[in-house]
Design a protein around this ligand. Structure first.
Ligand code: SF4
Length: 441
């Protein structure tokens, strides 16, 4: 039977990439194969993100073109899946072009939704689950380079940060079975992957408990590192409240666990952190940084931080700038607060920082971080790293690039190395975004 073509456009975080791979696997059993050419798709899926306003706007813009596309290809089915489907699902019915929506826990039901469209029109499933929904599914990999793969180890989140929509769109936190995770890592290794990233909205609160065993995140990480010594192992995203000494020791004790921790601070002000319901103080965060620096001196530390949350005063903003300097983050994702309907903040807090001030504060965060990233990269000049080659450099055909275990990009002259090779390099130049080096022969 001729295979049908599936095209998935994924927005948002790495969790969504991992979810798209689960969906591709479910649909493979329904005779769909992935295509990289959207024009030949029989089924086009948007895997969406509702965390930021911008990502939502991009989806709405893209949908506008689909009236024309569907007029030309009347067999094309269009589905919106993921967090936006969960959050504002039925709004998509009004577009007249979306055939179905499926929330993050409804992907196993997509084949049934597809079957019902021709008879009954628009279909929707946004049921959330309290148990693991995708047990024993081996994802179909979308990443063509086949070097670095994602493995979801938890789904959902219990933290209810007051600005965040995730607990409402992805439901309660659930930890996957250890054996399922190990099978998935094994599958990636057998398919030539050299690096895996363990994923969770709050990855370090992983806890899989049965009547006979209880495996927390440090134990899972140690188990993965020991069982797969040839793989480089990353994890994200960590919550500061769950960065235990045991976890830091585990990273320090295993050479194949990358010395990089992405640790979102969000604000440098205890007052703001409290309103955000982040469940830690600035002092706790700085204590964790100190412990990381003590046990893993060369650890890359990156963060998320945002400007203009409800009630943020100039002094709060200054504390954010101060903590950025104090920690000296290697890189940061920075943005300005935008209210998400349905969150605690939208219901109970005033979005009272004027837009112009949000933008000015964001620009100050960005300017400072650029300087900190530049200084961080400058400190790497003369040092040696082992990089994993990911591909050709965008700026020159004669250069390739790879990543250090601290997650920094290094560009080196192409002397015949292959994608997936680990290459020892010395750094000799830098910008705020990139290191430049040469292979150590
Ligand atoms: S930890 Fe907070 S910000 Fe992260 S997904 Fe959970 S609720 Fe959202």
């Amino acid at each position: 039977m001729k295979m049908k073509k599936l095209y998935i456009e994924t927005f948002g975080c790495q969790m969504n990439i991992a979810d798209s791979e689960v969906v591709a696997s479910i649909l493979k059993d329904e005779n769909y194969e992935l295509t990289i050419n959207p024009d030949e798709a029989d089924l086009y899926l948007f895997n969406t993100c509702a965390v930021r306003e911008n990502a939502e706007k991009r989806i709405w813009n893209k949908l506008q073109h689909f009236k024309g596309i569907k007029r030309k290809n009347r067999n094309l089915k269009l589905g919106v899946i993921g967090c936006m489907a969960q959050h504002i699902g039925n709004d998509f019915k009004q577009t007249g072009v979306v055939d179905f929506i499926a929330g993050p826990d409804a992907y196993r039901n997509i084949p049934n939704l597809l079957k019902s469209i021709d008879e009954s029109g628009f279909q929707a499933d946004t049921e959330l689950s309290l148990t693991e929904t995708y047990e024993a599914i081996l994802p179909t990999r979308i990443n063509n380079a086949k070097i670095s793969g994602f493995v979801s180890i938890t789904r959902g989140c219990n933290n209810f940060c007051s600005y965040c929509i995730v607990p409402y769109t992805r439901g309660r936190e659930r930890s996957r079975k250890v054996s399922d995770i190990m099978n998935e890592v094994q599958d990636l290794q057998e398919n030539g992957y050299r690096e895996i990233t363990l994923l969770g909205q709050n990855v370090n609160s992983y806890n899989y408990t049965t009547s006979t065993e209880s495996i927390d995140f440090p134990k899972l990480l140690a188990l993965t590192a020991t069982r797969f010594p040839d793989l480089r192992i990353r994890f994200t995203t960590s919550h500061p409240k769950d960065i235990s000494d045991e976890l830091i020791e585990c990273i320090a004790n295993h050479d194949n666990i990358c010395n990089h921790i992405h640790l979102p601070i969000q604000s440098g002000s205890n007052e703001v952190l409290k309103r955000m319901n982040r469940k830690y103080t600035l002092e706790w965060y700085l204590d964790r940084i100190q412990k990381i620096r003590e046990l893993i001196p060369d650890c890359g530390i990156t963060t998320d931080i945002f400007a203009g949350f409800c009630g943020e005063m100039e002094a709060d903003h200054q504390q954010s700038l101060d903590v950025m300097k104090q920690v000296g983050f290697d890189a940061a994702f920075m943005f300005k607060y935008s209210e998400r309907e349905g969150t605690y903040a939208a219901k109970h807090l005033d979005d009272d920082v004027p837009e112009a001030i949000k933008i000015r504060r964001l620009n100050e965060l960005i300017t400072l971080q650029n300087q900190l990233s530049l200084e961080s990269n400058q400190r790497d000049v003369g040092k040696s790293f082992r990089i994993l080659i990911e591909g050709k450099s965008k700026r020159s055909e004669t250069e390739i690039f790879g990543r250090t275990c601290q997650n920094k990009v290094v560009i080196i002259p192409d002397t015949g190395e292959k994608i997936g090779d680990f290459v020892p390099v010395t750094v000799n130049d830098y910008t705020s975004a990139t290191l430049f080096g040469t292979k150590i022969s």
